[in-house]
Design a protein around this ligand. Structure first.
Ligand code: HEC
Ligand code: HEC
Length: 360
């Protein structure tokens, strides 16, 4: 082979290679700007396989960061006094210690604010399950007259457009345009909410085989909780998040003249009158008062309520019957419920040394 032939061959071979190389490097440049997928760490006791992350809203650190700022943002309320965190308070188990949360202008609704941890594991939101996803739920409180009382989402968008911090955050969360839209606000808030996780409780350590993580009384309480002929609690408070995500009338608030009919207003199914979504029992010692109307102040009160067979009414779920537990059994059940309080983690919170990842 002559030198010139070698050179020509070299040129012929390298030209396409060079083209491929430049094409590749420019795509990597673009993908570098694209927000990277965020890997959540799950506290002990939670099943990462059960996490629900919609295909059109994958978790990215950029969206989570933006969603976190929005979660604490009082500009989302009419008089700029209230944020999501005013009613779902991080220090209070992401719930509200008052029976009915106070919204803009001191207004109150008729339901208790549930905790917003472990929401990644379910689609349906609210006591009556009326929102089909966290994305759908996120803008509800903003326009609710007894919560944040904004006239419409456009007013929220206008406020955020006037803030240069938000311009930059939306830009990096939703490149290239970074539009501030209702959809993007909802997707970001939902992404942050998916990072709020409660686990790592004495019960979870007990389940891992550390028998001394729960007292003997709590261990007996667990048996009562599961036993169909005793507490029969697990029939509804089932799985690692202690909820079957179904709706039951257990009699709460049914003595009222015009009781809140709960799920029935959403789905007119017989038996759904006065039925509410089974709540999680994690962090239960931190999220008093209890029930959809916050009518029960202590866990002792809740146990007494179940022991009596709930509150009689024509739609009472047949699974709710008098339990006739002894004083000791009630005490044991209470000790078990206490063992369900571990710790809550969320994006940006310093991880405690106790945290154990299930994923890695
Ligand atoms: C004024 C108090 C208040 C504010 C502000 C508020 N919430 Fe709520 N939130 C509630 C109440 C009360 C409920 C229960 C309402 C119902 O079930 O009908 C609720 C329910 C929820 C739920 C459903 C949880 C479950 O277990 O089903 C989520 C999620 C939630 N809120 C997130 C948010 C977000 C995000 C914001 C901010 C955009 C927000 N909330 C602002 C009081 C508030
Ligand atoms: C038939 C299903 C069912 C059974 C059985 C059941 N629960 Fe519940 N539980 C619910 C529902 C539904 C609610 C919410 C009711 C409401 O607010 O109207 C609830 C609420 C609670 C709450 C309050 C949680 C909160 O955040 O407000 C506690 C605590 C609780 N249950 C513990 C128990 C214990 C302990 C047992 C067994 C003795 C038990 N439950 C049996 C369905 C059930």
């Amino acid at each position: 082979m002559t030198d010139s032939v070698t050179l020509r061959l070299f040129r012929i071979l390298t030209l396409p290679l060079l083209l491929i190389f430049t094409a590749c490097s420019s795509t990597t440049e673009i993908s570098e700007k694209k927000p990277a997928k965020y890997e959540l760490t799950f506290p002990l006791g939670l099943d990462s396989e059960s996490a629900i992350i919609p295909k059109d809203n994958p978790l990215t650190e950029e969206k989570i960061k933006l969603g976190k700022k929005l979660y604490f943002e009082t500009k989302l309320s009419l008089d700029e006094s209230i944020s999501c965190a005013s009613c779902h308070i991080p220090d209070k188990g992401f719930a509200d210690p008052s029976q009915f949360s106070v919204g803009v202008g001191g207004k109150k609704g008729g339901r208790q604010a549930p905790p917003v941890f472990n929401r990644i594991f379910t689609l349906k939101q609210f006591w009556d399950g009326r929102a089909a996803s966290l994305e759908e739920q996120a803008l509800g409180p903003v326009q609710n007259p007894v919560e944040m009382a904004m006239p419409d989402i456009d007013t929220v968008i206008k406020r955020l457009l006037g803030d240069s911090d938000y311009k930059a955050l939306f830009q990096s969360a939703f490149p290239p345009a970074g539009d501030i839209t209702a959809d993007h606000i909802a997707k970001s808030i939902a992404s942050f909410e998916r990072t709020i996780l409660a686990g790592n409780s004495p019960f979870d350590h007990f389940q891992m085989g550390h028998t001394d993580a729960m007292s003997e009384s709590a261990q007996r309480g667990y048996e009562i909780f599961k036993n169909e002929k005793k507490g029969n609690c697990e029939t509804c408070h089932v799985g690692f998040n202690f909820s079957d995500e179904n709706y039951y009338n257990i009699g709460v608030g049914m003595q009222a003249k015009n009781p809140d009919l709960g799920r029935h207003a959403i789905q007119e199914l017989e038996g759904y009158q006065g039925a509410f979504k089974t709540p999680t029992l994690r962090q239960i010692t931190e999220t008093a008062p209890y029930m959809h109307d916050g009518s029960q102040k202590t866990l002792e009160e809740v146990i007494t309520f179940y022991d009596k067979g709930g509150h009689a009414n024509k739609w009472l779920n047949p699974k709710i019957k008098p339990l006739k537990l002894t004083k000791q059994e009630k005490h044991d059940l209470l000790e078990f419920l206490k063992a369900l309080t571990g710790e809550i983690s969320w994006y940006g919170k310093e991880k405690s040394s106790k945290m154990v990842s299930l994923k890695n």
